[in-house]
Design a protein around this ligand. Structure first.
Ligand code: SF4
Ligand code: SF4
Length: 82
């Protein structure tokens, strides 16, 4: 499981600045991490002032993990930025 962003995110953009592989993209109400590109370095998690970035899904956050993957698989995020 790669890092992923939960609904605690307020889209501040702080994490994007430290991601070396540029796999964090802003959505309408929160940012998302592309699981196919993330190298699991953890740099983003320590930057987030809202503790919104996790690396282990719990029953409460599994839906957030799925939302990150779906954001990219439906082409609304990463692919449109290229
Ligand atoms: S730093 Fe945290 S609150 Fe800001 S965009 Fe990233 S995940 Fe969201
Ligand atoms: S864990 Fe590293 S590679 Fe993955 S999104 Fe965060 S900063 Fe980027």
């Amino acid at each position: 499981m790669t890092h992923f962003i939960t609904s605690k995110c307020n889209n501040c953009g702080q994490c994007q600045k430290v991601c070396a592989v540029e796999c964090i993209v802003k959505g309408n109400s929160q940012s998302f991490i592309d699981p196919s590109t993330c190298i699991d370095c953890g740099a983003c998690a320590s930057e987030c002032p809202y503790s919104a970035i996790q690396d282990k899904a719990t029953p409460d956050t599994q839906i957030d993990f799925n939302k990150n993957a779906e954001f990219f698989s439906v082409g609304s995020g990463y692919k449109n930025q290229k």
